[in-house]
Design a protein around this ligand. Structure first.
Ligand code: OFO
Length: 172
């Protein structure tokens, strides 16, 4: 049986991953209607990835005899001033998720739930990847500033990144 504190913390993380998916969906919608089809495509895919992050936790809880609970949540922000603002918000959000995963890892260790700690290693690595990816994109967007040709180029690049992204299965 899963330790109750760990189960509670994982359920909080499930909510955060589910919110991440909705946040990126909201951002994708904004990008699509504001002239950034490539960024939209990229963020729609990323929203799917976050759903997989959520599902992986849901399955883990079930496999360990716990109960995954869905919680109510506030809607994400849907209005943004610019693509720069979107990616600044993403960066902030991912740093928050990293801190949350680290905290969850700490709870698992404190409760001697080494199986959970082991499972969470995947999320720790994933957060390193995500922060690296988003900070690279953010740097590029900051660099071009208001230059329209530069923004067009970045949007195309994001379109290419979206095309090469495959969303893994939750059980993978
Ligand atoms: Fe779930 O990795 Fe981003 O938030």
């Amino acid at each position: 049986m899963m330790n109750k504190n760990v189960e509670k913390s994982i359920n909080e993380q499930i909510k955060k991953e589910e919110f991440s998916s909705r946040l990126y969906l909201a951002m994708a919608i904004w990008c699509e209607s504001n002239g950034f089809p490539g960024a939209a495509e990229f963020l729609y895919k990323h929203a799917d990835e976050e759903r997989v992050h959520m599902l992986k936790l849901v399955h883990f809880v079930a496999d360990r005899g716990g109960k995954a609970k869905l919680m109510p949540m506030n809607p994400p922000e849907q209005d943004y001033k610019s693509l720069l603002e979107v990616f600044k918000e993403i960066m902030k959000h991912e740093e928050y998720i990293t801190a949350s995963i680290n905290e969850l890892y700490g709870v698992a260790l404190k409760e001697n739930e080494f199986t959970t700690a082991n499972f969470l290693q995947w999320y720790i690595t994933e957060q390193v990847e995500e922060e690296k990816l988003f900070s690279t994109i953010l740097d590029k967007i900051s660099l071009v500033g208001a230059d329209k040709a530069g923004m067009f180029h970045i949007d195309k690049e994001l379109e290419g990144m979206a095309a090469s992204k495959t969303v893994p299965e939750a059980g993978a």
